[in-house]
Ligand binder design. Structure first.
Ligand code: COA
Length: 145
């Protein structure tokens, strides 16, 4: 894909260690084993990793909604570790996600970010994304008792 030693691929059930390594580097906390297994074993969750040589450099995680009247892929996580930024890894992961989702009959890839996140805004525009309506609003409900 993007250069010597760089690889973009979907992770599977045998990739728990790489997912834990990426989680530790990106979130400064190792994701628990059962969380990693859940992500890697669910066919509707897409975990894409970017590696440079043997090192995890970034991830993109998305989930696909059921196909009936939809099949959209929602982007949950997209991170590239600082030393590996501006080398085309995020673009390549988004392309990989789109290809996989298309093969699986998905209809659209959706990503939510904020206008103040300039790198993400520029990335999504550079990758051909189109913005939703200006008046769209995100609402949240706490599920704490
Ligand atoms: C956003 C992020 C994933 C981009 O990753 P990346 O691998 O550096 O992006 P790419 O190298 O694939 O960039 C592709 C294009 O996006 C745009 N872009 C990416 N980062 C940019 C930045 N910091 N400033 C301006 N444009 C940027 C450019 O058009 C770039 O093409 P170019 O390098 O040829 O100019 C990375 O900065 C990151 O991990 N940020 C912190 C986490 C985050 O905010 N994630 C998004 C959550 S919504």
């Amino acid at each position: 894909m993007t250069g010597p030693g760089k690889l973009i691929r979907r992770l599977g059930r045998d990739d728990v260690r790489l997912l834990q390594q990426l989680g530790s580097a990106i979130r400064a906390e190792q994701p628990p084993l059962d969380y990693c297994r859940e992500l890697l074993e669910d066919p509707r969750i897409y975990v894409i990793a970017a590696t440079v040589g043997q090192t995890g450099a970034g991830w993109a995680i998305a989930h696909r909604r059921p196909r009936w009247h939809g099949g959209e892929l929602l982007l949950d996580e997209l991170d590239v570790l600082e030393p590996f930024r501006r080398q085309g890894l995020a673009r390549a992961m988004l392309t990989g996600l789109r290809d996989l989702a298309r093969q699986d009959g998905g209809s659209e890839l959706l990503a939510l970010t904020s206008e103040s996140n300039v790198p993400a805004m520029r990335l999504y525009a550079a990758c051909g994304g189109t913005r939703g309506q200006a008046d769209e609003a995100l609402w949240a409900w706490s599920l704490d008792a």
